[in-house]
Design a protein around this ligand. Structure first.
Ligand SMILES: Nc1ncnc2c1ncn2[C@@H]1O[C@H](COP(=O)(O)OP(=O)(O)OP(=O)(O)O)[C@@H](O)[C@H]1O
Ligand SMILES: [Mg+2]
Length: 565
């Protein structure tokens, strides 16, 4: 198996696991207290009728059992701490990987965090102790052999049958259990999306249809769960009866041996108790089969996730860029279909580019590419000489301003959102808000900049959200700003503020790229890129395009005007 962070973490817990192993040894030795006590009582105390020995033995047994409890508590506490430690070490990585997976278009994100929780609780649960107790099984069986070979043989055959039942349980259920878990994860993701779109669903009476779909999906899950539970239930019931029968068998066989004077009465009881100890891990393993399987599957999925190469190559921190943006021969075809073809253009610092074009022309896709959120199949995109995909985001993000087409704010205050969740200083936050023309609006909110946005930003109107998103994009005047339809929800006043902001950014030497359908901003653009079907239909100075459009309009109106008779 390839080395990964998860197994590396587990191997760093080696000392703890060794300690649990040693404690398990002690616990298992102390488990012999009761059979030894029995042997002594039956074979020594009763024949010798010594009360003193009985009292003495009882005190000793009580002490041993108390010690066992203490050690048992200790080992389970160590395991709980190992689980918590692994969770603490891994969850930040998983959070980052979740964000990467979203960019990759893979839906394993929240489920990864959930899988980590599954693993953590499994490490701290009783079920896992079966693993530490299992190595004692052969030793217990040997002890029974020592008491009498026939009993030993009987117990060994019994143990093998129990293990066979456990294996059968696994083979019959694990496939369906896995499918049930995957289906239910898919179902929950669907339900989450529906809950988020509650307004649309309710307004247009889609609830019954969606409820029906959920019911169908849930029925599949329930069907699988039912089958798994039926099989497990069958095997568990037979396991339980078999264990009881083994108990009966040992007592019966022991009695027969006593009659033949090959065993003492104490021996019967001792053999019976030792056997139940020997079989306990098997029964425990069967009982906790489901959580063990879940934990194992979670482990597998997490390992796969952690073995993925990071989305971004390791990068050096770059200084604030001060050079040109150069896009050269970019082709982009996610999932095989060409979305962008042979795009080339360049922008100098202080220049603003307007990207125009019909729906699905590839404008938003190009915006994502030039800030390095995705990698083109061929061609290069460089800002100040450095490949945009190779930026170290942690250092570089402050130099980038990005307003996506669909603005989503994060839970936190207005200030947090504008300051990119960093706290930030007030004057920068206010300057950004003013630039986005949203300062006055924020001041009218219940606690102005400290107003909690609430999950999904429901407290705010669409325009307010977009303006706060815009303020976040221009916070601290980044060197490179990409705005995807920033004025889609803006009123006249908001558009005027946006225009001023673009002018200011240009003055500070920022490169500004704006996607827009509306002509209002055209005067601020130095260059225009018109996209059509993923190709550049036009790239050049905006003046040229405007002149071209004017000429065409003039031509069109000339050709439409009635010819002089
Ligand atoms: N990751 C992807 N996988 C497959 N197709 C994609 C992917 N990203 C974008 N596309 C496709 O590329 C095309 C362009 O999408 P894009 O969002 O860039 O359009 P747009 O010009 O911004 O349109 P609009 O004006 O409606 O926002 C669409 O047909 C879209 O389906
Ligand atoms: Mg778009």
């Amino acid at each position: 198996m390839m080395d990964n962070q998860l197994s590396a973490l587990l191997s760093r817990c080696r000392e703890g696991l060794v300690a649990v192993g040693l404690l398990s040894t002690a616990v298992n030795l102390l488990m012999l207290t009761v059979p030894i006590y029995m042997l002594q009582v039956y074979d020594r105390v009763i024949p010798g009728s010594s009360v003193e020995t009985l009292v003495y033995l009882t005190i000793l047994a009580a002490g041993a059992l108390a010690a066992m409890a203490v050690l048992d508590v200790l080992r389970s506490r160590i395991m709980v701490r190992i689980g918590v430690w692994i969770d603490r070490m891994l969850s930040p990585t998983l959070f980052e990987r979740g964000i990467e997976n979203t960019l990759r278009g893979v839906s394993y994100q929240t489920d990864a965090l959930r899988d980590l929780a599954t693993l953590r609780s499994y490490l701290g649960a009783v079920g896992i102790m079966a693993l530490f107790d299992a190595p004692w099984m052969p030793i217990y069986l040997v002890l029974i052999f020592v008491l009498h070979p026939t009993l030993g043989l009987f117990a060994t055959v019994g143990a093998i049958v129990l293990i066979a039942l456990a294996v059968a349980n696994h083979m019959l259920t694990s496939g369906r259990l896995n499918r049930a878990n995957m289906t239910s994860a898919y179902g929950y993701r669907n339900a989450e999306m529906a809950f988020r779109n509650a307004e649309v669903i309710e307004a247009m009476g889609m609830t019954p249809a969606l409820t029906r779909r959920w019911g169908e999906l849930n029925a599949d899950i329930l069907q699988l769960q039912e089958e798994v539970s039926d099989t497990s239930g069958l095997i568990n019931a037979w396991t339980k009866s078999l264990r009881l029968f083994l108990q009966v068998g040992v007592l019966g066989l022991g009695a027969w041996l006593v009659l033949r004077h090959e065993l003492t009465a104490g021996g019967i009881i001792a053999a019976s108790i030792i056997m139940s100890r020997a079989l306990a891990p098997v029964e425990q393993a069967i009982g906790s089969w489901r959580i063990t399987t879940n934990a194992r599957d979670a482990w597998k999925r997490l390992t796969e996730l952690l073995q993925l190469p990071p989305l971004y190559p390791p990068a050096m921190p770059f200084p604030r860029p001060s050079g040109a943006l150069v896009v050269h021969g970019v082709n982009y075809a996610p999932s095989g279909r060409a979305v962008l073809r042979d795009i080339s253009f360049s922008l100098e610092p202080g220049e603003a580019l307007g990207i125009v074009g019909p729906s699905a022309a590839g404008k938003s896709t190009l915006a994502r590419l030039i800030i390095g959120l995705a990698k083109p199949q061929s061609g290069s995109i460089r800002l100040d000489g450095a490949d945009v995909f190779a930026w170290n985001r942690d250092n570089f993000g402050i130099n980038i301003g990005y307003l996506p087409q669909k603005v989503e704010l994060l839970s936190g205050t207005v200030r947090d959102n504008i300051a990119r969740m960093e706290g930030g200083n007030s004057s920068d936050v206010v300057a950004a808000a003013m630039g986005a023309g949203v300062h006055d609006m924020i001041m009218r909110l219940p606690s102005s900049y400290d107003t909690e946005i609430g999950e999904f930003g429901h407290m705010l109107s669409g325009g307010q959200r977009q303006r706060i998103g815009l303020a976040r994009a221009i916070y601290r005047r980044p060197a490179f700003v990409v705005l995807d339809e920033p004025n889609a929800n803006l009123d006249v006043e908001g558009e005027a503020a946006l225009k001023r902001t673009i002018a200011e950014l240009k003055e500070c030497g920022s490169i500004v790229v704006v996607i827009t359908h509306r002509p209002m901003l055209m005067t601020e653009f130095d260059k225009i890129l018109a996209l059509r079907n993923g190709r550049a239909a036009f790239f050049g100075p905006s003046k040229t395009l405007l002149a071209h459009v004017k000429r065409r309009k003039a031509l069109a109106s000339a050709s439409m005007s009635p010819s002089p008779a």
